[in-house]
Design a protein around this ligand. Structure first.
Ligand code: RAM
Length: 360
């Protein structure tokens, strides 16, 4: 198993406020960065009891960006498995599209159902916050995972990997394949997705370094985490930029659709493609030469960790304050970091040498 270069902590978020966000509309990365100054929704008066036992029968609801995305099926199953382990009850509910406000009605229903915790991958950092605040006021613990809300919309954010590392390494993976030369495009998810927008800002920052002077980011396209739209956007990119050298797609839906398009086109193997994908969806494209290398974390582990974080919150073991620790079953002990963030770990880079070792 290959892991990327070590996480290099850089106080980049402050710098990011100055960068122009790539969003087509709605909330921009700058808005999100500005929100980092507001504290996570930790009840200041609440105190954590690290020795409190996990409560039995906890009801934990997983609310993905959208339900018909294989990545979230795996992540949410990981969370439901964890809930079974600690004697709770997990379920997945959610919209079939990843648009900004599609999750709000689900949050309202989960409050009425008196769930103990909501574990959400936010489609927009702000659109869900009023409903999540109502949930927290009603005693529901809120964990964001995969894609964060503004910090005041949740107690804890379970992040899949360092955002900076993910952004930079995707550029590095593509640059290696291109000999650091050529026009490139990003095929993202939705314009409002907190996670993709954060990674794209780090990609732009990486591309501003001298070693990338012969690489040019010509377009950020949005496939909305919809297979057909991502396919059409890929086609559009190749038509608009006939000399396009490479594409980064930081979404499992986008990269799978782009790979399918490229594999059937004369650009197969010529236009390089990398990004974030699941080994099972991309195996055949690695074997047929459409993709050399891509990366991802284990989505099941992400859901599993988020589930334990939700249980730790609902049981009073943690409140979301920095430095608190909790145990996440087979994954071991985790510590809440700054801004209520819990980091799963490092992503894995997949290529033809190791892809058969993974089954998700
Ligand atoms: C898609 C979603 C998800 C992202 C992965 C990499 O499934 O956009 O939020 O984390 O890709």
């Amino acid at each position: 198993m290959t892991t990327r270069s070590p996480w290099r902590p850089v106080a980049l978020l402050a710098g990011l406020v100055l960068l122009t966000a790539a969003c087509g509309g709605g909330t921009t990365r700058s808005d999100v960065a500005a929100q980092q100054s507001s504290a996570p929704a930790t009840a200041a008066s609440a105190s954590a009891n690290p020795n409190a036992p996990l409560k039995q029968g906890l009801k934990i609801a997983f609310l993905p960006k959208q339900v018909n995305n294989p990545y979230f099926t795996i992540a949410d199953e990981g969370g439901i498995t964890a809930a079974k382990e600690f004697g709770g009850e997990g379920k997945e509910v959610g919209p079939s599209d990843a648009s900004a406000s599609s999750q709000v009605s689900y949050i309202n229903t989960l409050i009425q159902q008196r769930q103990d915790a909501i574990v959400i991958a936010a489609n927009d950092p702000n659109a869900v916050v009023p409903a999540l605040k109502q949930a927290m006021a009603a005693g529901v613990k809120v964990v964001s995972f995969d894609s964060d809300t503004a910090p005041d919309g949740r107690h804890v954010f379970v992040n899949q990997a360092g955002a900076e590392d993910l952004g930079r390494t995707q550029v590095q993976l593509l640059a290696e394949q291109l000999g650091h030369k050529g026009k490139i495009a990003v095929l993202s998810a939705t314009p409002n997705a907190t996670n993709q927008n954060t990674w794209i800002e780090f990609m732009k920052d990486e591309l501003s370094k001298p070693e990338y002077k012969d690489m040019e980011l010509v377009k950020v396209a949005y496939g909305n985490d919809d297979d057909q739209k991502s396919f059409t956007e890929t086609q559009g990119l190749l038509r608009s930029y006939p000399d396009l050298a490479g594409i980064i797609s930081p979404t499992t839906v986008g990269i799978a659709a782009a790979a399918r398009y490229l594999s059937e086109s004369p650009s197969k193997g010529k236009v390089k493609l990398t990004g974030l994908g699941t080994p099972n969806q991309l195996r055949k494209f690695v074997k047929d030469g459409t993709i050399e290398a891509f990366e991802l974390w284990n989505p099941a582990d992400l859901g599993y960790l988020a589930s334990y974080a939700a249980a730790a919150l609902a049981s009073g073991q943690i409140t979301g304050a920095e430095g608190e620790k909790f145990k996440a079953g087979k994954l071991g002990e985790y510590t809440v970091g700054a801004n209520g963030e819990v980091l799963l770990g490092k992503p894995t880079v997949f290529n033809k040498d190791n892809i058969d070792d993974f089954d998700f």
